[in-house]
Design a binder for this molecule. Structure first.
Ligand code: HEC
Length: 148
């Protein structure tokens, strides 16, 4: 009689254990399959996320807007120049110049900004598109990512 009761308790405990494991597996599955920020879709020039992490948002901005032309290793040229050395070239000028350039490079070339002209001469007729919708924070995050 005692033994039967023990057996009953034992199988009861196993049942609870199995149920807990099932819940745990479900939780892990849900967490693993939940969309990660970089998998979310958004359109070209919009700031993709109000992310607190400036580094990851700079990376996301770069991958979404710049990586099609600028190598993400920042060292090799692609359609556009490698941006690592570019940062040094722009360091001679007020920071605002680079912000203006990223927002509208052609306007800076037309204003005959020395660096804009210099790089245009090397890469024309390929035009870098304007990124008017990038905020100061966006560009700051981008530059932090480029200079990382
Ligand atoms: C369609 C291709 C293309 C895209 C996209 C693009 N660029 Fe460019 N970028 C160029 C080209 C080409 C140049 C060289 C100048 C020119 O031809 O207008 C350039 C030049 C630059 C320069 C100046 C480099 C130097 O050495 O002076 C910077 C800085 C720059 N791009 C940053 C960016 C950033 C940041 C983004 C993303 C927000 C971006 N570019 C997106 C093609 C692109």
């Amino acid at each position: 009689m005692m033994y039967d009761q023990l057996l009953a308790i034992k199988s009861y405990l196993y049942a609870i254990l199995a149920a807990l494991l099932l819940v745990l597996c479900c939780a892990i599955y849900i967490m693993a399959t939940r969309a990660k920020p970089e998998q979310m879709a958004y359109c070209g020039n919009m700031s993709p996320l109000a992310s607190n992490e400036k580094f990851s948002s700079g990376k996301e901005l770069f991958l979404a807007n710049c990586a099609s032309c600028h190598n993400k290793n920042m060292r090799d040229n692609l359609t556009g120049p490698a941006l690592g050395p570019s940062m040094q070239a722009w360091a001679k000028y007020p920071t605002k110049d680079l912000y203006d350039y990223i927002r509208n490079s052609q306007a800076m070339t037309q204003k005959r900004h020395p660096r804009a002209l210099e790089i245009w001469k090397q890469y024309q007729p390929t035009i870098m598109p304007a990124f008017q919708s990038l905020t100061d924070e966006d560009i700051k995050a981008l530059l932090d990512y480029i200079k990382r």
